[in-house]
Ligand binder design. Structure first.
Ligand SMILES: [Zn+2]
Length: 435
């Protein structure tokens, strides 16, 4: 690990979602660029030839010919599921009951949580993810371990303890009161400390009673600066069960709405099978639909449709995420690839510039942090990654015929993985490097 002050390489970052390759005002691409880092922030970025005199002569980490982009942001991932990935199950509820609810019980042991917290952050960084919004287990200690480890590394990280008071094994349940108290204690202890934050995290309507949903809503209202995260409309059996548990509801989205859980700080994982009313309500409230393509394919949940959402209302907010461990890869590159395929199956085009925007500034916007992370601009937190588009022999072979930035990005998202991430820099410090 080293704290270098100057990085040289090709730079790419976005100002907004690009319409396509010709929309050059949406992004900055600098062929020979430099980033100067001071105090964990980007002190200057631009053309190498324009480097201010104050930074000349300093030690340089020369990443050429690689591409430097802002660190990836994963908007939906489960901390206690690193060892659930690749569990053989037919669908969501079988997967939860057979593997996940068994595995998450281990996180009642603080030592296990602590050991896994380090492994979890290592895994994120090796895949180029510098910020994540994570679910803990039901145990407060799981979130203490994760946020403590993130704080030590000065990583920007959001996490919450899941609230569950029914339809789960007894060791994994809390009560409306204890769930509220533990989450409240976490907020007091961690929220806004360094770069870590706490999210209000009712797992999903299926595992919370009405009393718990009410407490979750109260907590979210009391802490309007906290994100709220939960799952919504992932699987048909889940949707039927939830309708039976909340018979008064118009639909699944209406349940969260009823408890005051919709809004611009709210992240809803999946949102696959929503009707037009639900999508309109999501948009009206500023809520974010989180697309988790590898998970949706793996669990056979269904195909997220961006066009469907945008046909109801063009300004509905969305994000993209791995959903480890229903998801099958920690890599946002693999996630973008599977996302591309899910949309392509439905005849929807998704340009690689839009993909890379989404995994960086787009996701930063979805979690209300686009003023701090997601760009390589002066004043931003110095979280960035170095991508090698010839990282594997097959990529190098394909790269021989690549001549544009868009082609290179598409190659990386289609064929890339953790081998593509040559280095990860967090708060200006190189925390992961393949060389
Ligand atoms: Zn999930």
């Amino acid at each position: 690990m080293s704290a270098a002050q100057l990085h040289r390489g090709r730079l790419l970052w976005f100002e907004r979602e690009p319409e396509g390759a010709d929309d050059t005002e949406a992004f900055h691409y600098i062929e020979d660029g430099a980033i100067a880092v001071a105090g964990g922030r980007i002190a200057w970025s631009g053309d190498w030839s324009d480097l201010p005199a104050a930074y000349r002569g300093r030690d340089v980490v020369d990443h050429r010919p690689h591409l430097i982009v802002p660190g990836f942001i994963d908007c939906h991932i489960h901390f206690p599921q690193g060892q659930v990935v690749a569990s053989y199950a037919g669908s969501l509820l079988e997967w939860l009951n057979t593997y996940t609810f068994v595995e998450e019980q281990k996180y009642g042991d603080p030592e296990h949580s602590e050991r896994m917290a380090g492994r979890f952050l290592d895994m994120l960084l090796a895949h180029g993810t510098t910020t994540a919004v994570a679910y803990g287990s039901v145990h407060k200690g799981s979130v203490d371990a994760l946020l403590g480890a993130a704080l030590k590394r000065d990583m920007r990280m959001v996490a919450g303890k899941v609230m569950m008071d029914r339809n789960a094994p007894e060791p994994l349940t809390d009560t409306p009161q204890s769930g509220y108290d533990d989450a409240k204690a976490l907020i007091g202890q961690w929220h806004g400390k360094g770069r870590v934050e706490v999210a209000v995290t009712p797992r999903f309507a299926l595992t919370s009673t009405e009393a718990q949903m009410e407490m979750a809503g109260a907590l979210a209202q009391e802490h309007p600066d906290c994100l709220m995260q939960t799952h919504l409309s992932e699987n048909h059996r889940e949707i039927e069960t939830v309708a039976q548990l909340f018979p008064w509801s118009k639909d699944y989205t209406d349940i969260y709405d009823h408890y005051g859980l919709l809004g611009p700080k709210s992240l809803f994982g999946h949102c696959i099978h929503q009707n037009e009313r639900e999508i309109a309500r999501m948009s009206e409230s500023g809520s974010v639909a989180v697309f988790c393509p590898t998970s949706n394919l793996f669990l056979g949940s269904g195909l997220f449709s961006l066009d469907k959402m945008r046909s109801v209302t063009p300004n509905v907010r969305h994000a993209i995420a791995t959903d480890i461990g229903g998801g099958t890869s920690w890599s946002m590159l693999r996630t973008l690839d599977e996302g591309y395929k899910v949309l392509n199956l439905q005849g929807q085009r998704y340009h690689p510039l839009r993909s890379f925007f989404q995994a960086t500034l787009g996701n930063a916007g979805a979690i209300g942090m686009s003023d701090r992370i997601g760009k390589l601009a002066t004043g931003y937190e110095a979280d960035f990654i170095v991508l090698d588009s010839k990282a594997s022999p097959a990529m190098a072979l394909r790269a021989e015929t690549v001549s544009t930035l868009s082609e290179e990005l598409f190659l990386m998202q289609t064929m890339g993985d953790d081998r593509t991430v040559a280095a990860s820099i967090v708060s200006g410090v190189t925390v992961h490097s393949l060389s």
